[in-house]
Design a protein around this ligand. Structure first.
Ligand code: PMP
Length: 285
């Protein structure tokens, strides 16, 4: 991703893609002082753009790292990057982090908080699983307890176990891993929330120790509009066997059907297909 033409917005300026670099003593690289957003633009418009920018600022506050930009400035930066790279349909990545400078230890208050926005074309996050249904491994790592991490922040530090879980899943030929939480309840995938269908009703884990995704909230709204009952609750692992359908939601994942989790199989059923198509129609509207 580093060796290509294009522009990246960094600290208020558009710089060449290849030279959008940081110093090796960047605090974020050593201590995970970084928050980010993943967004998608469709037909030139970023879906729920302001919501994402607001979440970025909130994530910064949650990790005690106030970001020195306003929502309006972040909005302008995102669209400037899309325009500079000639993109109308894109994945947009905003990131803010503690830079290098005065401090090189756990404490970093004197180092500047920096920010960048990049954008690129990105097709289906799960490739052809988008139509066929993704195969998920069951992760050995669990989402941490709320008092051990600021779980509603989209913070780099929370992704260490996600990357390890995803690597283990890929080694088994799976697209992703489903993670349990610290209590053993079903939580989410490594970068997407999870939904199940049984007897025409929808069940999804209560986001009390993991990110309550923007796509998740959007999809719950869509289901409610359609008068489909949504149960946000704790889901036990032994319930997996009884669910008929399953899908993942996320900005990158959109609505992706799941065909298998470990030894449990799900059909890519009518409601899953409908929600996947309806989400596509909504983001492009
Ligand atoms: N959980 C995790 C861990 C994620 O990284 C993401 C992607 N941001 C999501 C859930 C889904 O969030 P959203 O719908 O806001 O993209």
């Amino acid at each position: 991703y580093d060796d290509r033409d294009g522009k990246i917005w960094m600290d208020g300026e558009l710089v060449d893609w290849r030279t959008a670099n940081v110093h090796i003593l960047t605090h974020a690289m050593h201590y995970a002082s970084s928050v980010f957003e993943g967004e998608r633009a469709y037909n030139g418009k970023i879906f729920e753009s302001r919501w994402h920018s607001e979440r970025l600022l909130k994530s910064g506050e949650m990790i005690d790292m106030p970001i020195p930009w306003t929502v309006d400035e972040i909005e302008a930066a995102k669209y400037a990057v899309m325009q500079a790279n000639g993109l109308t349909d894109a994945y947009v990545r905003a990131v803010a982090w503690r830079g290098s400078g005065e401090d090189m230890g756990v404490s970093s208050k004197r180092n500047p908080v920096r920010m960048a926005v990049a954008a690129w074309s990105w097709g289906n996050y799960y490739g052809d699983a988008k139509t066929k249904g993704a195969k998920l491994d069951i992760a050995k790592w669990r989402r941490p307890a709320p008092e051990t991490a600021p779980y509603q922040a989209k913070a780099a530090g929370l992704y260490m176990i996600a990357t390890m879980s995803k690597h283990a899943a890929e080694a088994k030929g799976c697209s992703d891993a489903m993670m349990f939480d610290y209590r053993g309840y079903v939580a989410e995938a490594t970068g997407a929330n999870i939904f199940f269908v049984k007897d025409g009703e929808v069940h999804t884990p209560k986001p009390d120790c993991f990110l309550n995704g923007i796509t998740r909230q959007t999809v719950i709204g869509m289901l409610t509009e359609r008068q489909i009952k949504v149960h946000e609750r704790h889901i036990m692992p032994e319930e997996l066997e009884g669910f008929e359908q399953c899908w993942l939601t996320g900005t990158a994942a959109e609505v992706t059907p799941v065909g298998q989790i470990g030894d449990y199989n799900f059909e890519v059923g009518a409601l899953t297909r409908h929600m996947s198509d309806a989400y596509e129609a909504l983001v492009r509207a």
